[in-house]
Design a protein around this ligand. Structure first.
Ligand SMILES: Cc1cc2nc3c(=O)[nH]c(=O)nc-3n(C[C@H](O)[C@H](O)[C@H](O)COP(=O)(O)O)c2cc1C
Length: 247
């Protein structure tokens, strides 16, 4: 039988951290984290992402507000904004007199590259005893965040990430049954409802017993509640940044 090793044990203990001590992360640890991020696999070695470390308290305060009042954005020792980035790629292409059309495919490539690098950073940070939380809330005001961080054309902020020494120890959030996400040979659509019901029960117990909360909910109920909020719309700002989706 294969047993979990240290890396897998750590992955299985992941939980988002939203309260941090004042202990600085420091340049050395941050650079180790980013070097780990840089070694993530990347489409055709394009490395089509950038990451902006935001320290300025005024900028942090503004972004925290835009992200829906997420105080950890202000308080975390490190706040990173991960961006999909085709600007650098475009510059390289131009150096050889070329040009390219930033199609939907390029949009996917750069967004995936940013996500893969960020998740490597998350794993590296956690291996150093730090905690992290992603901040998709920055997309509440994507256009404003892009302007504040002066991102050039063909770059857009995908999500933020807080990093620091955890000041609390949140519960691990249970996931769907493995069978729900691991399909064999073909997609098992017929099985999904049963897996959802199974997970709802696990989730109900988790939510009820969670530290600091006795919320009566299930996963499917939470998912339905999500759909009542209007989805963020990004077409306009992404087109302004030069991305093209017409194909
Ligand atoms: C792209 C992305 C954006 C997220 N945005 C936020 C956010 O804005 N605020 C927050 O508190 N958590 C955010 N999260 C954290 C998720 O809510 C969390 O990962 C999920 O509920 C699972 O919980 P866990 O990470 O504790 O296992 C985000 C996660 C991802 C992957």
């Amino acid at each position: 039988m294969t047993t979990a090793n240290e890396t897998i044990e750590r992955l299985l203990r992941h939980r988002s951290v939203r309260r941090f001590t004042d202990e600085p992360v420091g340049r050395e640890r941050l650079e180790l984290i980013i070097r780990s991020a840089q070694m993530a696999s990347t489409s055709s070695n394009m490395q089509a992402y950038s990451v902006i470390a935001v320290d300025d308290p005024d900028k942090r305060c503004q972004i925290a507000e835009w992200a829906g009042g997420q105080r950890h954005v202000e308080q975390a020792p490190v706040f990173l904004v991960w961006c999909a980035d085709l600007y650098r790629f475009g510059e390289a292409v131009r150096m050889y007199g070329g040009s390219f059309e930033p199609t939907l495919e390029y949009f996917i490539v750069s967004t995936v590259d940013a996500a893969l690098a960020a998740q490597n950073a998350a794993v590296a940070a956690e291996s150093l005893g730090l905690g992290i939380v992603y901040i998709g809330g920055i997309r509440n005001r994507l256009s404003d965040v892009a302007e504040l961080l002066q991102v050039p054309p063909l770059v857009y902020p995908v999500f933020g990430m807080c990093i620091g020494v955890p000041a609390d120890d949140p519960d691990i959030r249970p996931r769907l049954p493995l069978e729900a996400v691991l399909h064999r040979e073909a997609y098992d659509a017929a099985g999904q409802e049963a897996y959802i019901r199974q997970y709802d029960e696990t989730y109900r117990q988790y939510a009820a017993g969670r530290k600091g909360g006795t919320k009566q909910t299930t996963w499917s109920r939470d998912m339905e509640a999500r759909t009542r909020y209007p989805s963020r719309r990004h077409g306009e700002v992404l087109r302004r940044q030069g991305f093209r989706f017409e194909e």
